[in-house]
Design a binder for this molecule. Structure first.
Ligand code: IMP
Length: 199
């Protein structure tokens, strides 16, 4: 049977990150009744996979199982060409236990400098997974390419937004109107694929 997501369905969003929860709510365009894993007090599983899709599936499955609701999870991160794709799935972990993204962005800058490379190409990836409590799941991936800028600019957004300029733009994600980011971000692109698969 083909999997389908009915408009108005109650969905648990498997994230404890308020920045991501806000963007997902915006991108889902009020199609669903959303509750977050944080609001339900669900535990955060360890992200043990080496790829975004694996971690998104793991988080969606854990939330669906624990809540009995259909669950949506995002696993995302910044990949830097000069660092062979790092920090990638370790993007959140580069910010350390205090989630200090000034530290994480400095680390990206320092690591690139250590390589001696002048290549500032980078991309954000978002894997979005939907899991049903009785087992089936779907996962898709979206990507936005761009260039890094040091020092970072802008106070909007979250995470690595201040150092990322998407292709075709001059502002960083940290400077850009959030609605403009939501129209073309890695998360928005992944959601377009999810819509094509499930809606
Ligand atoms: P995780 O998916 O929970 O492992 O966390 C991914 C991390 O990647 C986040 O904590 C952010 O630091 C970073 N990240 C993901 N998407 C974005 C984005 O749209 N802007 C800035 N940073 C992001």
């Amino acid at each position: 049977m083909a999997l389908k997501l009915e408009t108005g369905a109650r969905l648990v969003v498997a994230t404890h990150n308020p920045g991501k929860a806000r963007e997902l709510a915006q991108i889902l365009e009020n199609r669903f009744q959303l509750v977050t894993a944080g609001e339900l007090g669900l535990p955060e599983p360890d992200e043990t996979e080496q790829a975004f899709v694996g971690n998104a599936l793991l988080k969606a499955r854990a939330a669906a199982e624990a809540s009995g609701l259909i669950a949506l999870a995002d696993d995302s991160g910044l990949s830097v060409a000069a660092l062979e794709g790092q920090p990638g799935v370790y993007s959140a972990r580069w910010a350390g236990p205090t989630k200090d993204f000034d530290l994480a962005m400095k680390k990206v800058e320092d690591r690139i400098e250590e390589t001696g490379s002048r290549d500032l190409a980078a991309w954000f990836t978002s894997a979005l997974a939907v899991a049903w409590p009785d087992g089936p799941a779907v996962v898709v991936e979206g990507r936005v390419d761009g260039t890094l800028a040091f020092p970072g600019r802008g106070t909007l957004g979250f995470g690595y937004d201040p150092i990322f300029i998407p292709e075709g733009f001059s502002q960083t994600f940290g400077e850009m109107d959030p609605a403009a980011k939501d129209r073309m971000s890695h998360r928005a692109r992944a959601f377009e694929k999810l819509k094509a698969a499930l809606l």
